[in-house]
Design a protein around this ligand. Sequence first.
Ligand SMILES: NC(=O)C1=CN([C@@H]2O[C@H](COP(=O)(O)OP(=O)(O)OC[C@H]3O[C@@H](n4cnc5c(N)ncnc54)[C@H](O)[C@@H]3O)[C@@H](O)[C@H]2O)C=CC1
Ligand SMILES: O=C(O)C(=O)Cc1ccc(O)cc1
Length: 377
Amino acid sequence: MNKKIAILGVGLIGGSLAFSFKERTDYRVIGFDTSEATIDQAITLGAVDEGHTSLPEAVVNADYIIIAVPVGQIGLYINQLANLPLKKGVIVSDVGSTKAEVTKYGKILKDKGYSFIGGHPMAGSHRSGVQAAHALLFENAYYVLTPEPDSSLSDVEKLSHLLKKATHAQLVVMDAEYHDKVVGAISHLPHVIATGLVAQVGNYNDANGWFHRLAAGGFRDLTRIAASHPVMWRDILLSNREEMLPLLDDWIKQMTNFRQAIDRGDADWIEAIFARSRDLRQGLPDKKKGLLTPIYECSINIPDEPGIIGQVATLLGEHEVNLSNIHIMENREEMHGILRLTFRKLTDFERAIPILEAAGYSTYTENSKEVDHVHLN
Ligand SMILES: NC(=O)C1=CN([C@@H]2O[C@H](COP(=O)(O)OP(=O)(O)OC[C@H]3O[C@@H](n4cnc5c(N)ncnc54)[C@H](O)[C@@H]3O)[C@@H](O)[C@H]2O)C=CC1
Ligand SMILES: O=C(O)C(=O)Cc1ccc(O)cc1
């Protein structure tokens, strides 16, 4: 009989895990979701081998169960699982964006003799649903596991090995509370700031439509994540309440300091904070996605006309340059679009630049190391 992995909630994250398990392991992948339409779609897209809207049917005999529903529902599923006759030795994990709360729930499963190890793949998107899922979503991203001191080491190793094999993510182990503090600052707080800013400007725009019409690069870059799923983020913020309150206090202090500096005309203070933040921003470690499997990117301005993406792809194809991805950036201005081209190999990237330039496209590279490399040629 096939070994089985059951995924509860086949949305963006559950669906992406399902695709990667199907692609890179020999486990049979079983999907469970309360939405029948989602199950149908997951089967049609080939994300799962089998789908259910009945939990007991989905998890029977499963070797691994991964809970991928919104954070507010994870505890309920842990409770339900604890009352089902699961396979002996089953390892249960989740993908929730907060870890302290679910880790506490996990004890209910441990009391029944099952293993629970919290997890959080640190990649995603503001998009949701299985239609946005893909097998490469977690490639080279960090994937945090938050075992407890009494967790079975061999189960942590088994889960870590399976996830690494399927997703090609970089597995790291972290204390659940510490995870919530760090992720609160670098993910949850930014979502609050982006959402608050969009709401504030939305109020101004209600009175005068020029606010949205003039909204350009900076506003769009900073607020992409305000388009995220409202239920998912409601649950995350409420679950991470303990870390969010001091983080928000610090943020309010920071904004108050800004306000006071502007009010008293303190040019030095303003310049100093911009200078420090610019240095910090430029000194951030390279994006994880680019570290293990290098990804070389460049952007080009394109006129906003039909067929242009095909023309660029054909131009590179004719020169046998392998393009791994092509993406229209969201901060499109009125007359021009920006196309981001991604290459797996440095040689393809290096050859693409002069070809594009010769065809009249101005090229911009995202990652300064790669820019330098190309311009030194
Ligand atoms: N979206 C992201 O970028 C990331 C999300 N996460 C976490 O992953 C989890 C899932 O998020 P996404 O996949 O983005 O959401 P999603 O909205 O794409 O998928 C959630 C799926 O769960 C199903 N669902 C909702 N309530 C349910 C319930 N009570 N019972 C059964 N199924 C239910 C939905 O039908 C949907 O198919 C969340 O806990 C989130 O915090 C973790 C990393 C990144
Ligand atoms: O869209 C983005 O940039 C994200 O921030 C995605 C994301 C959302 C939630 C997570 O827990 C992890 C990653």
